[in-house]
Design a protein around this ligand. Structure first.
Ligand code: PGA
Length: 220
């Protein structure tokens, strides 16, 4: 089975870049777009596999100015939601363990797949409440292991170290699917995809280049 290739544009991109990707993105890639582009991309190319980069802790609708619910994301064609990215946990006090659990519930209830990011201290986030929930939803939740030291730095741990962490996570949670993220690019993709306990990759910066992300997909 081919491995998952997920892109995360973070707060980057433009309508022009979205148009380029709509026309040429490998169908296998799941692309994490800024929420403002999701409906546009889906309407122009309903085949595109789109991820959001976060969702609200609140349920479907309500008086919550500025929030976007999981239900709304599903309504505009989103199939995946990235949650708990370290950039959000670091900068936004709102991504606490309790809130991440609420977000996971909202994503699953709306029949999407959550891509839950964890860092070197993954056991902290995978505390009992979150682990118990994931154990009962292993088909709908994927864990992306992203060491903070590797995000955007070009410095990645050895394949053996990555493999050990992914294996620990799978042992902790019923064989949950795991991705590796942090400085993945066209040069290291084959090595990372061949890590036995990896089910795919989460690609940040390099996912903004259509040729690069398609090249990575061609190896999966
Ligand atoms: P990077 O980001 O590939 O630019 O290191 C990965 C991520 O933060 O998901």
């Amino acid at each position: 089975m081919s491995k998952m290739i997920v892109g995360n544009w973070k707060m980057n991109g433009s309508v022009k870049l979205v148009d380029e990707f709509i026309a040429g993105l490998d169908k296998q890639v799941i692309l994490g777009l800024p929420s403002i582009f999701i409906a546009y991309a889906h309407l122009k190319n309903p085949e595109m596999q789109i991820a959001a980069q976060d969702c609200s802790v609140f349920g479907d609708f309500g008086a919550h100015t500025g929030e976007i619910s999981a239900k709304m994301l599903a309504d505009v064609g989103c199939k995946y939601v990235i949650l708990g990215h370290s950039e959000r946990r670091k900068n936004m006090n709102s991504d606490t363990i309790d809130n991440i659990l609420l977000k996971l519930r909202n994503v699953v209830q709306n029949k999407m797949t959550a891509i839950l990011c964890v860092d070197e201290n993954y056991m902290e986030l995978l505390d009992k409440s979150i682990s118990d929930f994931i154990k009962t939803h292993t088909n709908e939740i994927v864990i992306a292991y992203e060491p903070i030291s590797a995000i955007g730095t070009g410095i990645i741990p050895s394949p053996d170290d990555i493999n050990k962490s992914l294996k620990n996570i799978k042992l902790h949670i019923n064989n949950v699917k795991t991705l590796y993220g942090g400085s993945v690019n066209t040069k290291n993709i084959t090595e990372i995809l061949s890590i036995p306990f990896s089910d795919g990759v989460l690609v940040g910066g390099a996912s903004l280049n259509l040729y690069d992300i398609n090249t990575m997909a061609s190896y999966s």
